[in-house]
Design a protein around this ligand. Structure first.
Ligand SMILES: O=C(O)c1ccccc1N[C@@H]1O[C@H](COP(=O)(O)O)[C@@H](O)[C@H]1O
Length: 219
C-alpha cells in the first residue's frame, strides 16, 4: 500500500514498571500507554501511573487508556497523571471524549460482524478525535487480546491518523506495515512475558522490525 509518511509511529501499551518505560524510551518509541480500564489485568492506579510518567524521556507521549470509565475517574487520572493523550476503547461518544480538554484517540472495533468499513463509517462519529486505533476486538469487547484482525479490511488511503493494533508482535509487524501502511502501530501482548510485564528483547525486536519496514524497498 502507498505511504503518505516516512516513519511509522510506535506506541507501546500496558506498561506497569518504570524500567520498561525507560527502555521503551531508549528504543525510540513515540508513546507509552497506561491502562485504567477496570477489567484489564494491566490496570495501574493513577498514583502508580504518575511515577511511570516521571520515567518518560522528553518528547515521548503518555497515553491514558479507558474503557467506559466514568467521567469523574477520567478527570482524576487527568489531574494526577497529566497524560498528553487519552485513548477510549468503549462505547464513549465524541462529546464524552472531548469533555476533558485533552486530545484523544478512539479505538475502532475491527473484529466481529463486517459492515460498511469505509472511512466515514469507521471515523465519522468522532470529528473531535486526533486519531484512531484499529483494534481486533468486536464491538463491546475489550482490547489487548493479542489477536490480529483481517488487515485487508482496513480501507486504503485513510485521511486521518490511524494506529494499527491487535495481535502485533516482532514476528508480524513488518508484514503488517508493508500491507496496511498505517500511520502508527500499537502493541501490548506481543512484547510481554506476562500480563503487564514487558520483555526487553521483544521490545527491541519490535522496534527493529518497524524500522526495517520503514526502509525504502530495494529495486
Ligand atoms: O491492554 C489492555 O488490557 C486493554 C484493555 C481494554 C481495552 C484495551 C486494551 N489494550 C489495547 O489493545 C491494543 C491491542 O492489544 P494487543 O497488542 O493485541 O495485546 C493495545 O495496543 C492496547 O491499546
Amino acid at each position: 500500500m502507498e505511504r503518505s509518511h516516512l516513519r511509522t509511529r510506535i506506541k507501546f501499551c500496558g506498561l506497569t514498571r518504570p524500567g520498561d518505560v525507560r527502555l521503551a524510551c531508549e528504543l525510540g518509541v513515540d508513546a507509552i500507554g497506561f491502562v485504567f480500564a477496570r477489567r484489564s489485568r494491566r490496570r495501574v492506579e493513577p498514583e502508580q501511573a504518575r511515577l511511570l510518567r516521571q520515567a518518560l524521556a522528553p518528547m515521548v507521549s503518555a497515553v491514558a487508556l479507558f474503557m467506559d470509565t466514568p467521567a469523574d475517574e477520567v478527570r482524576r487520572v487527568v489531574r494526577i497523571v497529566g497524560p498528553h493523550l487519552l485513548q477510549f476503547h468503549g462505547s464513549e461518544d465524541d462529546d464524552f471524549c472531548r469533555q476533558f480538554g485533552v486530545p484523544y484517540l478512539k479505538a475502532i472495533a475491527m473484529g466481529g460482524a463486517l459492515g460498511d468499513r469505509g472511512e466515514e463509517a469507521l471515523f465519522g462519529a468522532f470529528p473531535g478525535a486526533s486519531g484512531f486505533l484499529l483494534d481486533s476486538h468486536a464491538s463491546g469487547e475489550a482490547g489487548g487480546s493479542g489477536h490480529a484482525f483481517d488487515w485487508a479490511t482496513v480501507p486504503a488511503g485513510l485521511s486521518r491518523p490511524a494506529l494499527l493494533a491487535g495481535g502485533l508482535s516482532p514476528d508480524n509487524v513488518h508484514d503488517a506495515i508493508r500491507q496496511v501502511a498505517p500511520w502508527g502501530v500499537d502493541v501490548s501482548s506481543g512484547i510481554e512475558s506476562a500480563h503487564g510485564l514487558k520483555d526487553g528483547e521483544r521490545m527491541r525486536r519490535f522496534v527493529e522490525e518497524v524500522r526495517r519496514a520503514d526502509l525504502p524497498p530495494r529495486d
